[in-house]
Design a binder for this molecule. Structure first.
Ligand code: FRU
Length: 534
């Protein structure tokens, strides 16, 4: 029975419809006569995570803020739901959560595909592309030549720029491209530009196979190589891609440190694609690890921005005004292990929630913490708040109207954690469940999506549960969870450990259950917010 229904569901999916409620499916819970059919849009299109209207998307690119708009560009192939000749798609938002997709910004041409890169507002018109006193926006990206790739040439990737004189709406490729030739390195890509205000220069970092390379420029057109970083540092399970580099103020101490974000694929902590980071100092030429960070890195081997399987190629927005001062990050919420097989047919992939990064000092080291952007709070509709709940019996919650837990933010604080486990399960009447939590004995967080519904499209997708270390030894644990239709983002211990994963249930999850084995464990407080988007 199960197989027959699964097959039926697959066929329906292919025609944009999926069978979501079929009572006999798991054979355990008796029958219901419901045969509700939800469209793929209704079941899987996220409420508040960006997805392209149609077809393939991977990395976020060229994010900048200007004049009230957050711009988000993205690796896009508008002709298929699998990767192909890369364009830059484009979307804008005024609140980081409601996105409007705009016409494609950059098309591939005879020089090659438009791979990942960045964009900056050139306020002082250092590039000279500005017109009528308005600052131009400069995008820098990798030109990837497919013919050279197919001929096994080394110089496949060079860097180019494009400029916009209408605040990012339309773009002109620079006649003098490429602005950086290939130095004889096959993987040489993903330029990210930052303004180094201390030295009044533009600094750019790009990924070159097993290292990051730093360059400088005065005008965004002429680039000079500065230095290399990382060949023997951090995680090297695969190719380094999509770096980001910027100064940040350390919370509480007020010092300035430089952060290098560096994606690697494969070689993530739970397999496949993931993003690590490094913290240190930059003298305008060279990036040197902070000694305390380096000592901790030697123990941990890598610092990961997210331990879940679905946060890759993430970088930060440029141009956030000083009056705001946040470092805003977004990642691609998928993994190259299975991104091209996930079970959606109209579009493929979503971005993570935009997040605010914070730089905190813990003991002798520095680390990044992430939290959902505060704008998410503006979408809270109904709330259910409770406190001081003993966990000698499980805590079970369903929404009052049995609404789905798929546009939901849950914040809770557990106290009295000993050596046991604290386990949260989300489930539906179809028998699908997502399980996550903490195993204190192992000092390990985990997330298990092996029973979340459609998992068989790739053997890598639900091969095993994902785990993350818990660094804190506190008996108090705060957990902040953001749920959309096909994703969970979990921020533990004030965002110092993050796990993001996607899933494809046959019907929305509607019940939340928390069990703890420690006899003293209590929910100090819990707030469950249903989020509302138009
Ligand atoms: C990362 C990446 C980048 C590259 C782009 C191509 O996911 O491989 O290194 O620029 O995707 O689409």
């Amino acid at each position: 029975m199960k197989n027959t229904l699964k097959t039926k569901a697959t066929i329906l999916t292919a025609s944009l419809f999926v069978l979501v409620a079929c009572g006999q499916k798991n054979g355990k819970k008796g029958t219901t006569s419901q045969n509700t059919v939800l469209s793929e849009e209704a079941l899987y299109r996220p409420y508040f995570h960006f997805t392209p209207e149609e077809k393939w998307m991977n990395d976020p690119n060229g994010m900048f803020y200007y004049n009230g708009y957050y711009h988000l560009f993205f690796q896009h192939y508008p002709d298929s739901t699998v990767w192909g000749p890369m364009h830059w798609g484009h979307a804008v938002s005024t609140d980081l959560l409601n996105w409007k997709e705009l016409p494609i910004a950059l098309y591939p041409d005879e020089s090659g595909y438009i791979f990942s890169g960045s964009a900056v507002v050139d306020h002082e018109n250092t590039s000279g592309f500005g017109e009528n006193g308005a600052p131009p926006v400069i995008a820098m990206y990798t030109i990837h030549n497919p013919e050279k790739r197919d001929n096994d040439q080394v110089d496949v990737e060079t860097q180019g720029i494009a400029y916009s004189t209408d605040e990012g709406m339309t773009w002109t490729k620079y006649q003098g491209n490429p602005v950086i030739e290939n130095p004889g390195i096959r993987d040489f890509r993903d330029p990210k530009i930052v303004r180094d205000t201390t030295r009044n220069q533009w600094v750019m970092v790009l990924a070159a196979q097993d290292r990051a390379k730093f360059y400088r420029s005065d005008n965004l057109k002429d680039w000079e190589f500065l230095s290399d970083f990382g060949v023997e540092t951090g995680a090297h399970g695969g190719v380094w891609e999509c770096p980001d580099f910027f100064p940040m103020t350390v919370e509480d101490t007020g010092e300035t440190k430089w952060v290098l974000i560096q994606s690697v694929n494969p070689g993530g902590p739970n397999g496949g694609s993931a993003t690590q980071y490094f913290i240190g100092d930059f003298d305008g030429t060279t990036f040197i690890l902070d000694p305390g960070f380096e000592a901790e890195l030697n123990k941990r081997k890598a610092f990961w921005i997210d331990y879940g399987k679905d946060n890759y190629a993430g970088v930060t927005w440029s141009g956030i005004p000083d009056s705001d001062g946040r470092k805003l990050f977004i990642g691609w919420m998928s993994n190259w292990e299975y991104a091209q097989q996930v079970p959606t047919t109209a579009w493929r992939s979503a971005m993570t929630l935009p997040r605010e990064l914070r730089l905190v000092k813990t003991g002798n080291t520095y680390q990044l913490a992430s939290q959902p952007v505060r704008e998410l709070k503006d979408f809270r509709a109904r709330a259910s708040k409770k406190h001081d709940i003993a966990l000698n019996t499980p805590f079970v919650y369903h929404t009052e109207s049995n609404a789905a837990l798929n546009s939901t933010e849950i914040s809770l604080t557990l106290e009295g954690i000993g050596n046991g486990t604290s386990v949260i399960q989300l489930y539906n009447k179809e028998g699908d469940s997502l399980t996550f939590g903490l195993n204190s004995q192992k000092k390990e967080f985990f997330i298990d999506r092996t029973k979340t519904g459609k998992t068989g499209f790739s053997e890598k997708f639900a091969e095993k549960k994902s785990v993350a270390p818990r660094f804190s030894s506190s008996a108090t644990l705060d957990i902040h969870i953001v749920l959309d239709k096909t994703s969970i983002e979990i921020f533990y211990d004030n965002g110092s450990v993050v796990m993001t994963e996607i899933f494809f249930p046959e019907a929305p999850f509607d019940t939340f259950r928390l069990t703890a084995t420690d006899s003293e464990a209590v929910i100090k407080e819990i707030a469950i917010h249903q989020l509302k988007f138009d």
